[in-house]
Design a protein around this ligand. Structure first.
Ligand code: 5AD
Length: 370
């Protein structure tokens, strides 16, 4: 097989990469090679998306969850977080704040529930946000639901949905989830989102116990095969109140290693998938508070999701330890972000929904083939 630089060249010129080649790209032989990988991915990001970053105001509107994922701080059997659901008014107020900030779109994220009361409530939130006097893109991230629920939420005005596969390797997926989380069902839920005409996003955690670089290369191949529009990935962060966090607490240096691996995953995903939206996630910032997300952008990501929810809720939405900006209000977050993006020569893209190019292409291709 070709060496690292030859494969990088192939990637830059848009040639198809087989999974073993993706594995090689994820393992640059030295620092110069790693820098070449990041630079190539960043240049591609700039030529596809420009030197701009799309912003989504993140509203973590409920931490009540029916799932018991072994890594997650808001898993149902963790008694520590005070469970809350924001009122519809509070959620709409946060969306208004996002609109006033010029974020152009919001992400509504919550624990997973499928009861009728919850489904109705989300529908109502969507309708209320759509009635606002400015255009706001809406992304949902509320877990696995039926096709009917996805269709209702789509009709009510959400256009994007995030549902991470967490690991595309079925055996590893099983190790980090309880028995009621079924790999094939999660994959089927992604298919339902596409059937309901959502711009569909997924992603994985990076540096999970038992995860190899081959697993990660297969994850990138999974994104490609699933024809996803958006990717959100971040380092696994042990959460002290969870079984996985207790079993595998961080040793010194582990977090930085995971951050580096996550940046490589962002770069390789950009090179392989090209025209998708890729988020520089909060988990990067949890490891490197000063520059984590900016490093993500410089490795090829083009989306950042600053929190616009009320500060008082954040301590109860700790999916993992070290979640940043716990006590910063939304306008402080906005100011800092604008300044730190300017430092790397990037600009926040205000007042635009920021749809991924991949989605419009996918729709056009479908129209032609129909
Ligand atoms: N470390 C890193 N990411 C986590 N998530 C949940 N718990 C953790 C953790 N301990 C991520 C999952 C989920 C997203 C909302 O947050 O990938 O899909």
């Amino acid at each position: 097989m070709d060496g690292f630089y030859r494969i990088l060249e192939k990637a830059v010129s848009g040639e198809f990469l087989a999974v073993p080649e993706i594995t090689v790209l994820l393992c640059p032989p030295d620092e110069a090679a790693e820098k070449a990988l990041f630079d190539a991915a960043y240049q591609l990001k700039c030529s596809i998306c420009g030197k701009v970053v799309n912003l989504r105001g993140l509203i973590e509107f409920s931490n009540i969850c029916t799932r018991d994922c072994l890594y997650c701080g808001i898993r149902r059997s963790n008694p520590k977080p005070h469970r809350y659901t924001m009122s519809v008014n509070e959620i709409v107020e946060s969306a208004v704040l996002a609109g006033e900030f010029g974020y152009g779109s919001v992400v509504l994220q919550s624990g997973e529930r499928s009861d009728p009361e919850f489904v109705d409530m989300v529908e109502e939130i969507l309708c209320r946000i759509k009635e606002l006097p400015f255009e706001l893109g809406i992304t949902l991230s509320c877990g696995e639901e039926s096709l009917e629920t996805y269709q209702r939420w789509r009709r009510a005005g959400a256009t994007r949905y995030l549902l991470r596969i967490e690991s595309s390797d079925e055996a590893l997926f099983r190790k980090i989830h309880p028995a009621d989380a079924v790999y094939s069902e999660r994959k089927a839920a992604l298919r339902r989102l596409q059937a309901a005409d959502f711009q569909t996003g997924s992603g994985v955690m990076i540096g999970l116990p038992g995860q190899s670089v081959e697993h990660l290369a297969a994850d990138v191949d999974f994104f490609r095969q699933m024809d996803l529009d958006m990717i959100g990935m971040g380092p696994f962060l042990p959460q002290e109140d969870t079984p996985l966090g207790q079993q595998y607490p961080d040793l010194p240096g582990d977090a930085e290693k995971r951050l580096k691996l996550s940046l490589r995953m962002i770069a390789v995903t950009r090179l392989v998938l090209r025209d998708v939206n890729i988020a520089a996630t909060t988990a990067l910032q949890a490891i490197d508070p000063a520059r984590g997300r900016e490093r993500g952008i410089l490795a090829g990501a083009n989306v950042i999701m600053p929190n616009v929810g009320n500060v008082s809720r954040r301590k109860d939405y700790q999916l993992y330890n070290g979640k940043p900006s716990l006590d910063e209000n939304s306008s402080e977050i906005r100011e800092k972000l604008t300044a730190s993006l300017a430092e790397i020569g990037e600009m926040p893209r205000f007042n635009e929904p920021g749809d991924p190019l991949h989605y419009s292409k996918r729709k056009l291709l479908k129209k032609i083939s129909d």
